[in-house]
Design a protein around this ligand. Sequence first.
Ligand code: C5P
Length: 207
Amino acid sequence: MSDKIFTVAIDGPAAAGKGTIARAIAQGFGMAHLDTGLLYRAVGRRVLDGTPAIIAASTLRQRDLARSDLRTPEVAAAASEVAADPDVREALVAFQRDFARRPGGAVLDGRDIGTVICPEADVKFFVTADDATRARRRFLELQASGHTITEAEVLENIRIRDTRDAARDAAPMVAAEDAMAFDTSDLSIEEAVDQARKLVADALNGG
Ligand code: C5P
């Protein structure tokens, strides 16, 4: 990728496949990857531990992001709650924008990357999948990491989170006008990754 500045923005609801696609693109093109949901999860985790949200967001450290307990349903719900606070979001903007402009290219996945963080991104995807497919995927992930939760509970959690993320005033989850819509419901991981890679390759080649 040389030292080119090239940003790929991947947004969409929970468990649609954003992270898988983002990691594969980053790996395939030698770009850096930032899972921005992890920032909000780390803030949510600190709030659950008793730190006020704005302090948690403005003093976020690398070790907060490295915690092994950020991928729980409880932390996901707390993340979605703190993410509705405009001051929390503002505290995280500079880090994300700096990351996006790293020489060598960057892939960021989240909810507001193509609309608010990097409206000038070179490629934008809005990744979706139907609710049942997303719940199934997240349920299997959580089950594999030892969580006791039912698929119906996962579906309910995802719906609550998506509704809150889409309805908030501050940087709501919405597809950018120039984002490519990408429905992964009927695609395997390999197919989704393959299609996304081709679209990024076209953009890199000036198409
Ligand atoms: O992507 P993930 O499910 O880990 O994100 C957790 C929560 O963080 C989301 O439900 C959303 O509320 C928030 N988030 C956000 N903006 C982003 C990334 C995540 O508001 N760019």
